[in-house]
Unconditional design. Sequence first.
Length: 343
Amino acid sequence: MSRPLPWDSIDIHLIRVLYTVLTERSVTRAAVRLGMHQPAVSAALRRLRRLTGDALLVRAGSGMVPTAVAQRMIAPAAEILRQTETMLAGARAFDPAHGTHTFAIAASDYLDPWFLPRLVAHIKASAPLARVDIQPLSGEADYRYRLAQGEVDVVIGNWPHAPDDLHQGRLFGDEVVCLVSTRHPALRRGWTLTEWLQAEHVAPTPMAPGARGVIDDHLAQQGLTRNIVVRCPHFGLIPAMVSQSLLVLTTGRQYCQRFVDTLPVAIVAPPLRFPRLLYYQLWHERTHASPAAQWLRQAIRDVAAGLCDPAREGQTPLPSAPSRAQTVARESAFRSTGPDTAP
């Protein structure tokens, strides 16, 4: 029956001395390499000999060589030191120039379409050895659970009120507008609230069955419902759908503005006021103090702050909503004749 291991007598420092003495084959050289006094290394070697019951290092001619027992210890000692280095690396300051961390980011595709490309470029420019794993933010997985389990480092999206059980950092706010085809009649005539509600809307697929996004949640609070005729899980495809139809997309202006110069689409104001869309990054307490995760969150803040605000880029102002008198007149005409859908 083997005797129990003397755990209370073993520490990482002792294993480091063992490895250095055996690879240097000299107490004197090991002391220099470890930055220790030679008597301290000799004392550690005596402890190791008592623990193992083996001489470990013996004289051979004019030098010293490891014993057969010691020779078998070199590789395990090296692996223990390597694993310890890996274990403690996460607690030290993150060095982006040499860090090999994998950053896992769950993000909504409702964001400015330039945001994630710029974020990846920023990370790879500053941390060239890092890996980036971008995951969808959908109802198929609970993002709170994914954060708690370490499956993702940070979640980026928009919520009317960010969850209070997670750490959060506000990134930016955005004005709610409508994106329509350049052939849409609302560009020429404007629209009343009733016309807008009964127009054909396209919206993202809900994150969970029966769930409402921020647009429909705001409408529901006022007892209103819009006519959603197309649902799409791929937000990036919706502007192209809008450009080839009379569909209406209602979302943030910063997102819509990116397509105005590449597709036959235009931005128009909705006939009612929406609160600004607020975008956050969320993270769990388990990564709150992680140097690598802190670096990532700062990178996200920097990229978000660097995005141009389309409202300040000299863009054409949005068409104004109809006046109250115009609204009343059009509501009456709409009830009499129905919506005008001619391009």
